[in-house]
Design a protein around this ligand. Structure first.
Ligand SMILES: Nc1ncnc2c1ncn2[C@@H]1O[C@H](COP(=O)(O)OP(=O)(O)O)[C@@H](O)[C@H]1O
Ligand SMILES: [Mg+2]
Length: 362
């Protein structure tokens, strides 16, 4: 049996004093009216599998009002082993344990990775570029430890370089030293991003074709330093350093780094036209759906196992054919936890095969 989630426990976590869930190895449907805590449970699952939550909470937000500490724990079983992941939040700090031993967030990632699809993601195509970069990076971080290290090292470097740019008197020597080092990290991050996006693109095209067979989807990475494909890491780093030099005055004036992976774009096209400007809402949602389906398949390609699929309250936002498309992947040996206020969104086949858990006072 592939590695799967077999148990979730939360204590004083968000709205829950105590809650325990034994999910199905296939599909679990959490049903309940608004504000009963469905998303809170999904968040716990995401924290325990991806090491972070889409809500990007401050640690104390996770602690139930009036309580001093929160706990969430997941049991992962399969491939002949058992892994217990535990998250404690106390004194405004988060800490993870893996089989009782303290680990960084990196230590919980990748055992059972997760793919989350929630209403926040539905307008990913038309939101700011940061949202699309984060979608790619959050995914990459679960699959590859080096990717995760690059993301945090690069973000730190940009912050520090920006602080330097804001100094009243510029230390040029120091800035140039920074330029060199940030360029190396940035170039490595660029290559990791583009390699991952290549894999996502291939599966997205296939997934999109099942949703909208007569349209062709494209995904492009637009780097501030120009084309990444075919360029060596040294070449990309050189281009970054050159760009820093060329734009130094403007960067000084604005107090920020204007070139690099933190300013890059990911552009989706449908039949060659920018989906952001020209796509209908339905088409834009199909793009996001195809992206999520691609995440599931790329995870399998890279790690050799399917992720835990978390579908939070998206059924009501999708039409029947898109609902079928998403539940179609859920059926195929992908462990899925899906939340809803209404079981009417699910077909009889899905309901027959699923474990339905009522949350709240229904
Ligand atoms: N730290 C916390 N302490 C107590 N309640 C919380 C905390 N964080 C969130 N909540 C409550 O959880 C509820 C929302 O839960 P949520 O999981 O979003 O519901 P839904 O079932 O609609 O997805 C809200 O009533 C919110 O006030
Ligand atoms: Mg919710």
């Amino acid at each position: 049996m592939a590695m799967q989630l077999t148990h979730l426990t939360v204590r004083d976590f968000r709205s829950f004093e105590a809650y325990d869930l034994d999910p199905s190895p296939a599909t679990t449907i959490l049903v309940g009216r608004n504000a009963v805590g469905k998303t809170n449970l999904v968040e716990a699952l995401q924290l325990l599998t991806a090491g972070q939550s889409f809500r990007r909470p401050a640690p104390r937000d996770l602690v139930r009002e009036g309580a001093r500490a929160a706990m969430a724990a997941a049991r992962l079983e399969g491939e002949g082993r058992v892994v217990d992941i535990r998250l404690d939040v106390t004194g405004g700090k988060r800490s993870f344990k893996r089989n009782g031993k303290g680990v960084a967030a990196a230590g919980v990632r990748g055992i059972v990775p997760s793919v989350l699809f929630c209403p926040d993601h539905l307008d990913m195509v038309k939101r700011s570029a940061r949202v699309r970069r984060e979608a790619l990076d959050d995914f990459g971080m679960q699959l590859n430890e080096q990717y995760a290290k690059l993301v945090s090292a690069y973000a730190r470097s940009v912050e520090q370089r920006n602080a330097l740019l804001k100094e009243p008197v510029l230390d040029t020597g120091l800035l140039e030293a920074w330029d060199e080092s940030i360029a190396l990290t940035g170039a490595a991050l660029l290559q990791h991003r583009c390699a991952l996006l290549d894999r996502v693109r291939a599966h997205m095209a296939e997934a999109y074709a099942t949703i909208a067979p007569h349209e062709e989807i494209g995904v492009a990475y637009e780097a501030t330093v120009g084309p990444v494909e075919g360029a060596s890491r040294e070449e990309l780093a050189d281009r970054l350093v050159e760009a820093f030099r060329a734009r130094r005055e403007e960067e000084r004036r604005r107090g920020m780094t204007l070139t690099g992976p933190h300013r890059d774009e990911i552009v989706f096209t449908i039949d060659g036209r920018d989906a952001r400007a020209f796509g209908s809402q339905g088409q834009q949602r199909s793009v996001v759906l195809a992206w999520k389906m691609a995440e599931v398949r790329v995870t399998r390609d890279i790690l050799g196992r399917y992720p835990l699929l978390l579908l939070d309250d998206v059924m009501s936002e999708l039409d029947a054919s898109r609902r079928d498309a998403i539940m179609g992947i859920a059926e195929r040996s992908v462990q899925t936890v899906v939340t809803t206020t209404n079981l009417g969104y699910f077909s009889h086949e899905v309901l027959d095969g699923a474990k339905v858990v009522r949350i709240g006072d229904e």
